[in-house]
Every structure is written in C-alpha cells, then in structure tokens.
Design a protein around this ligand. Structure first.
Ligand code: XUL
Ligand code: CO
Length: 434
C-alpha cells in the first residue's frame, strides 16, 4: 500500500442520477449487454506511460507534476511507482494495463542492463498481478525516446540501431509473454523521416518489413498466443510516419506477407491527425480483416497536436463502438486509455476522476451502439440502399466484363434513377440513441 491516493475509496457504480464525482454513473462492470458484461465488452486498460511515467511536460516547459517516485532513475522508486500503479488499478477496478519497457524501469547503460532491470520489474509486476488479478492487455518497446532512435529503430540507416531495436523487442516480447500479455504492440514513432532529402524510403520500408517478419517468427518460436498489433499514426514525432493510417498499414502488411499475422491497434487521436474520424479507421480495419484493439483518447480539434485527452464525446465514441460491435467485438483487443491528464491537473484525485469520466463515456457510447444495433435501423437502411445488388443480373455482372455490361446496358436501355442517400434522416436516427 502507498499513501499516494490517501483516502480515495474504490470507485463503485452509483447510477446516472448520482452526483458523486468519484463514482461511476454509466460504467457498471457486471451489467449485462447482449449476453456479455460491460467489463468484457470494453476490456479497459490503463496506460502506464501517461499515468505514471509522464511528468507533465510539453514542448515549452518541463515537469509540472510532483510524484513520490520522481526522479525516475532508480529501481527502488520504480517499484514505488509500480505499487502506486497497482493501487490505482485496484481503486478503479480496471482489468488490464499496458506498458513500454522505458515506463517501468530506469534506462540502463547497456542492453544487458536494460534487460535485467526489465526482468526485475516484470517479476515484481507478476507478484502484483497475481494478488490483484490485474492483467496485461499489451506490452511494447519504447523505441522513440532515447537519442539512439532519433533516426528510426528498424528503419535507422545504422544497422547497429536495427540490432539494438531487435534485441529490445525480443526482450519486451519475452516480458509480455512472461506476464501473460494478450497482445504485443509496435508503434513506430520514429519509423519515418524528417526529410526525404536524406532518406532511402524503399530501403527503410524493406527493413521495417523484415523486422516485423522477425517479430512474427519470434512470436511463433516462443509460442506467444497473443496478437501482434501495429499502431498507425501519420506524424508526430516524425514529420512522416510509414504506418500513416489503417489503409497504409494494410498495404504494408500485404507487401511483406503479414496481413494474416498482424492486426492494428487504432487510436482516436491518430485517426484525427491522419484527417480521418475514429470510426473511419475502425471500419477500414474491420473491412480489411485487421481490427485488433483500440487506444481511446481524443485530440483537441483546434491545436493540431496529438493531445491525448480523455474521451468525453459520447456520439463519437458511440460510432467507434458501433463499428467494433458490428465487427463482432474485441477478441484479444481492448480499450486502452492512451490518455493523459492536462499538465495543470496536479492531484492524485485528477488521475482517478479522468479515468472515471473516460470509462463512463465509453460505457455510454457502447450502450448507445448496442441499442442502435439491436434496433437495426442503420442495417435496414444499408440493406435497402444496396438491395439492387441482390438481383441475379447485378450479381452476375461482377463476374462479367465491360463489353458484356455495355451490351446489356444498350439492349435493356439501362438508365439509372438517382436515390436519396438519406444522410440527415440517418443522422437524426442516431441522435435518438446518443
Ligand atoms: C503515441 C502512442 C503510443 C503507443 C504505444 O502517440 O500512441 O503511446 O500507443 O507506443
Ligand atoms: Co497509442
């Protein structure tokens, strides 16, 4: 036990009419929705990096938070940080967490020292996971903060950096496997370029493809049962990232023969940076068969940065879960709060309240999505809109050729009549549920 959260009691469900700011109003973990408990639909995870490792800095100023585990360069304080993290998981009743190696252990002087520190910390985690029941949604390697990665990890022009990155991913996959992680994530913040003037893009993509194949080979070698996930993002920190968005990632996976091995971890803020909506990215991944997991947050629409704020827009979240439910819900994936406090939110209470709000918004969105699907209004509209394709002539056309189609259009004098897309009517329909 730490005294960081002092007298903050475990958060319970108080219902929508409660005014208690430290209670859930919509997230009732055991409430059943379509034969499945809310907690099993949503599979919430807390991001270790934002809640415990990030110190409140922004590009114009450093640390604003004061935490008993700072400075984060000492193994004793790393354990104190872990004690606090597991305390928060317990208070919130969140079933999962996610971490990078660099979030949980201080940087060592060598790969060997990094690995032994990571091992020591994951042993420490294992004991805590055993007693609290908290599970690992995914593990990952931070291959973007240290200066060695400034020109990329697997895409670095220096093969020694490729080697260091490969060794690091191996150690992080081992750690994830040891803790029973359900997925392993690769986000390539530095896998891209600052300028094309000094970049051999074709070579870098080939190296990244080879690297990911090695990750998949290693997964099979160690019998890791989880899913390998790539997380798309168009830019920031790199000017351009190769894993730009879901569609770009799918093209990359296909080129390197990995489309049946690797799925996507989609993040709302990254979708916005790519000029998409979150539901666009989810629907794209679902259509391509690579929907894996989500990082839930929101961006400030005016700032143009990846501000990683906690979600608070129910209609947006509802459409995201609508597409997730339509695709059959999560398998190994879940809802990871890749979200951080604002740098003025200094208090322990802020850490808890931010997650309460995020979990409530997700629960409301999920319930709205489920109600829409149960009502079936959008599905009926879709069926009606595409009904013409159910006719034998339309089906046959897809197996025919331009010449025969042209002959049929001329012979039958086919002259299409435009029909309304009924967008406003459907938007009004959705508003009944959110
Ligand atoms: C960065 C981001 C990362 C990944 C994991 O924008 O989303 O935190 O989720 O490396
Ligand atoms: Co993320």
């Amino acid at each position: 036990m730490t005294d960081f959260f002092k007298d903050i009691a475990p958060v319970t469900y108080a219902g929508p009419d409660s005014t208690d700011p430290m209670a859930f109003h919509h997230y009732n973990p055991d409430e059943m929705l379509g034969g499945k408990a809310l907690k099993d639909h949503l599979r919430f995870a807390i991001a270790y990096w934002h809640s415990f490792a990030w110190e409140g800095g922004d590009p114009f100023g450093g640390q604003t938070f004061e935490r008993p585990w700072y400075p984060q360069d000492d193994m004793g304080r790393a354990k104190q940080k872990a004690d606090t993290a597991f305390e928060m998981f317990r208070i919130l009743g969140v079933p999962y967490f996610c971490f990078h190696d660099a979030d949980v252990r201080p940087e060592g002087g060598s790969f060997a020292e990094n690995t032994s520190r990571l091992d020591e910390m994951t042993d420490y985690f294992a004991g805590k996971m055993e007693t609290t029941g908290t599970k690992l949604l995914w593990g990952t390697a931070n291959m973007f903060s240290h200066r060695r990665y400034m020109s990329g990890a697997s895409t670095n022009p220096d093969p020694d950096v490729f080697a260091f990155a490969a060794a690091t991913v191996k150690s992080c996959m081992d750690a994830t496997q040891k803790l029973g992680g359900e997925n392993y994530v690769l986000w390539g913040g530095r896998e891209g370029y600052e300028t094309l003037i000094n970049t051999d893009m074709g070579r870098e993509l080939d190296h990244m493809g080879r690297f990911l194949n090695m990750v998949v080979d290693y997964k099979h070698k160690i019998g890791f049962k989880g899913t390998i996930l790539v997380e798309p993002k168009p830019q920031e920190p790199s000017k351009h990232q190769y894993d730009y968005d879901a569609a770009t990632c799918f093209g990359f996976l296909q080129k390197y023969g990995l489309e049946n091995e690797v799925k996507l971890n989609l993040e709302q803020g990254h979708a916005i940076l790519a000029g998409h909506s979150f539901e666009h990215e989810i629907a794209t991944a679902a259509a391509l068969g690579v929907l894996g997991s989500i990082d839930m947050n929101r961006n400030d629409y005016q700032s143009g940065w990846d501000t990683d704020q906690f979600p608070n827009n129910v209609p947006e979240v509802a459409l995201a879960y609508y597409h997730i439910l339509k695709a059959g819900g999560f398998d190994t994936g879940g809802t990871n709060f890749d979200a951080k406090l604002r740098r003025q939110s200094l208090d322990a209470e802020d850490l808890i309240a931010s997650h309460i709000g995020g979990m409530d918004v997700c629960a409301r969105g999920l319930k709205a999505a489920h109600a829409m699907l149960a009502d079936g209004g959008l599905e009926e509209a879709l069926e009606d809109r595409y009904a013409g394709w159910d006719t034998p002539a339309a089906k046959a056309m897809l197996n025919s050729d331009l010449g025969s189609i042209a002959a049929r259009v001329a012979k039958d004098n086919i002259n299409p009549t435009p029909r309304s897309g009924r967008q406003e009517i459907l938007e009004n329909y959705i508003n009944r549920f959110v």
